[in-house]
Design a binder for this molecule. Structure first.
Ligand SMILES: Nc1ncnc2c1ncn2[C@@H]1O[C@H](COP(=O)(O)OP(=O)(O)OP(=O)(O)O)[C@@H](O)[C@H]1O
Length: 524
């Protein structure tokens, strides 16, 4: 079997690479970790980075700084992509609606009564109509109720997450500042609608305040001491977790996802960074946060705007096809894979956020279960991953199916096997056992790309890399990866510049032109 496979060169990736090299020269301290590591094992020390971003001055200044940063930072393009994005969302609340289970209805009541005092005394909530549920928010200054600390507890795509303390109790909370707009409102609304679930980060208060003429939504949420799961996982050396532990994490987060999906809400950005931990160590409660991409489509309408983080992005998202809640299932499959072995199933060999090679492997559902990490993992868990990483969304395992698997229920595998009368279900042709490497998985249901029919699939370099350390991909922080990827992938805004095919001198386009003669030639 040949192991030659060159990734397609992508001008976008090359440009990113150049940018990164430049950045490396000037900010070498931004990067940590050895270049000999797997691309996922970039060790991003968020705490260190956050510490360097302390801002001293009054709380108002701090928030103003944060909002200004949303507009003026070097990543303003990314920010504006996020902030200018997409359409208004009205959440239908018809209590006779079949879609709304009794638990959902209870949840709506629960949320509505979170701050009854505020409702009665100040009447500062948005009016609620029978058709639209808005979230309750305060219009007075947040600093009347909370002391905003200079501590930045996290940095994400849409801004910083800061620490704040409730004045009356001294309790610590996390504060997320969003520039007001349809996207921010959608994030807050959908998060608010679901935040009564024990595995969803609880929202305490929402404020609509203006700083420097910028209207912002400020979301005060519970502070989770354990931080995000990626940081925890990396701080423990990205060592594979036991199946029992992974089952526990997936059970808790799966519960939250099931709750969302039953409400017809898709989270669309499930990843380890968005899973927050109540503490480090045992008996941790895992909670789903960051609803920045959550969406509730109109009934029977599939979602179209590309989102997600490339490591976790399913093929239909990359392919810009219509997709729905099943993209969360793919992301759960990726998260499960990472937790069980310490690296992702799909990644760019250049360490970029997304490359043509990675895109192609995702599209084909092409990944491996290398011996070293996977031989000790049960056939059942591998089968769960295969069912989650099916390229066709309609073939993919649903959340209800996942929640019934022995990994999640904790059912004894021997008993589960006896019940089923066999070991894990094997799909003929789905996997190829390769003595030296491990199990190579190719989704048997993946649709062939038209120009690749009858072509033998190459073994992905990732397999060689994992086994032989053939090529050391460059390392850079996940935040940068995500930032770049978001720039490429988030299309739901009005700032995308589409190059004119009859004038562009893009090299990738030139190569495509050479293959597809119908594309007009350009004198460059
Ligand atoms: N409630 C919280 N308690 C503790 N840490 C938090 C909390 N909320 C967020 N964080 C930290 O801040 C980081 C960024 O938060 P969040 O994901 O909400 O921001 P974001 O801008 O929407 O990020 P992105 O879209 O890049 O995932 C998290 O990965 C986590 O480390």
């Amino acid at each position: 079997m040949m192991f030659e496979y060159e990734e397609d060169e992508d001008p976008m990736e090359q440009q990113q690479q150049k940018d990164l090299n430049k950045k490396d020269e000037h900010h070498s301290s931004d990067y940590s970790g050895s270049p000999q590591e797997n691309p996922f094992r970039f060790s991003f020390d968020k705490a260190k980075r956050a510490q360097s971003m302390y801002v001293t001055s009054s709380s108002e200044d701090l928030i103003a700084y944060s909002t200004r940063h949303l507009l003026d930072s070097p990543t303003a393009v990314q920010r504006s992509l996020v902030l200018n994005a997409t359409s208004e969302l009205n959440i239908d609340v018809d209590f006779s609606d079949d879609d709304l289970s009794p638990s959902v209805q209870r949840k709506i009541c629960f949320c509505a009564s979170q701050n009854p005092k505020e409702t009665q005394e100040q009447g500062q909530r948005q009016p609620k109509t029978s058709l639209t549920v808005s979230f309750p928010y305060h219009t007075h200054q947040i600093t009347e109720d909370y002391t905003i600390s200079a501590e930045i507890i996290g940095i994400g795509e849409s801004g910083k997450v800061m620490a704040c303390y409730k004045k009356v109790s001294g309790e610590k909370f996390a504060l997320k500042v969003l520039r007001d707009g349809p996207k921010a409102r959608r994030e807050v609304e959908l998060h608010w609608l679901t935040c009564g679930h024990e595995n969803v980060v609880t929202i305490l208060d929402i404020y609509e305040n203006t700083f420097d003429n910028v209207k912002c939504l400020l979301m005060v949420v519970e502070f989770l001491e354990g931080g995000d799961l990626l940081s925890q996982f990396e701080s423990q050396g990205s060592q594979p977790l036991s199946e029992k532990k992974v089952g526990e994490i997936i059970r808790q987060i799966g519960n939250a996802v099931m709750y969302l999906h039953d409400m017809n809400i898709a989270h669309r950005d499930i990843k380890l960074e968005n899973i927050l931990c109540s503490k480090t160590g045992d008996d941790c409660i895992y909670k789903l946060g960051d609803y920045g991409f959550a969406k509730r489509p109109e009934r029977n309408v599939l979602m179209e705007s590309p989102c997600c983080t490339p490591f976790y992005a399913p093929p239909e998202v990359l392919g810009r096809e219509r997709y729905d809640k099943s993209c969360d299932m793919w992301s759960l499959g990726v998260a499960m894979y990472i937790l069980l072995c310490g690296y992702p199933p799909f990644y760019s060999m250049q360490g970029a956020a997304l490359s043509p090679g990675m895109r192609s492997r995702i599209a084909k559902g092409y990944y491996a279960f290398p011996h070293e990490e996977w031989d000790i993992v049960s056939a059942e868990s591998k089968e769960d991953i295969r069912c989650l990483l099916r390229t066709n969304p309609s073939d993919r395992m649903t959340i209800h199916e996942l929640m019934a698997t022995p990994l999640v229920t904790g059912e004894d595998l021997e008993i589960a096997r006896k019940k089923r009368g066999s070991s894990a279900v094997n799909i003929p042709g789905a996997n190829e056992e390769c003595e030296d490497i491990g199990e190579i998985h190719i989704d048997p249901f993946a649709e062939e790309e038209p120009d690749q029919v009858n072509e033998e699939l190459p073994i992905p370099k990732s397999v060689r890399f994992l086994r032989d350390g053939v090529k050391a991909p460059r390392l850079h922080s996940i935040q940068e990866e995500v930032g770049r990827a978001m720039e490429i992938m988030r299309m739901g805004h009005d700032q995308i510049y589409v190059q004119n095919p009859s004038t562009t001198c893009n090299t990738l386009f030139a190569r495509r032109r050479a293959v597809h003669l119908s594309i007009p030639r350009v004198q460059c």
